[in-house]
Design a protein around this ligand. Sequence first.
Ligand code: IPM
Ligand code: MG
Length: 370
Amino acid sequence: MATRKLLLLPGDGIGPEAMNEVRKLIAYMNEDLQAGFELEEGLVGGSAYDVHGQSISEADMQKALGADAVLFGAVGGPKWDDVPYEVRPEAGLLRLRKDLQLFANLRPAICYPALASASSLKQELVEGLDILIVRELTGGVYFGEPKEIIDLGNGQKRGIDTQIYDTYEIERISGVAFELARTRGNRVTSMEKRNVMKSGVLWNDVVTATHAASYQDVQLDHMLADAGGMQLVRQPKQFDVIVTDNLFGDMLSDVAAMLTGSLGMLPSASLGAPDDVTGTRKALYEPVHGSAPDIAGKGIANPIAMMASFAMCLRYSFNMVAEADRLESAIAAVLDSGIRTVDIAGESITPVGTTQMGDAVLNQFKALSN
Ligand code: IPM
Ligand code: MG
């Protein structure tokens, strides 16, 4: 039986509640499908700070480095608003991304047919929406140095962040976008701000050169990132794959996520480079929604984004494509049947809680697996 090492980092807020629903899926897959998942657990974010005084401990970082894949819930909450910047909950996530070198962040924005009416845009604009945002995740202004606040000595301070991109970083992320486009609609739109940023000029040049060298079969378009944001809410279905930098990707993926009706629906994958010898890549899977402290502990959070993140894990880390397809079909079938958590219930449906939604998906997944 294959051994598949998974590290669970439920984190804060609704993270642990959502993760519990994935645990049930894993237990079923181990018992009935001989999936061979071996689980480890760790703390990240505020929950790690409370125990270790750090947003992730060295021991848990080692577990992450040794795992085949990491499942991550969410971090942060008002409880930790005043902890020092270096150990704030988000720092644990950023360290995982950086130390595991997870440079490629895949954020699908899919509008499930059953939810088209929950979008803040007109139904016909979002029905059938299927966009993949490929966000660069280990470079740019998130990590560039200097990054500091300096005292100018005249009663003024200066806050500095630095946007930096090297050629290889743009080549590898655009390569991921082109490869993925080939498995979908075969179109890539690259977004930057070359009209004001030198890093944008380089981004545009390198994406163009990468395309010309190896991916001429894929259609490539360029858009300024502000115009891209506007087009995302004007005519979202014009896009297939969008490739962009760390900061623009953060913003544009939230915009794209909301088009689909609920942030509670969307998964993401953060991938490293394939190992030269084994071909495997480090990977972390996380829902796009945050820790949602306002509803944490109430048992009403939507676990679908976390469960769909596990589907991405099956697909990208373990090549369990059939199981991933079945899990995604199970989620769609549950939504078709009218079962809703409160975030997607609308006016006329009585919402179910987190565990009921998780059970519904699990039961559907079991039915499809027999
Ligand atoms: C995201 C989040 C993170 C980011 C935060 C929690 C650091 O907004 O994953 O989109 O800015 O990358
Ligand atoms: Mg974000």
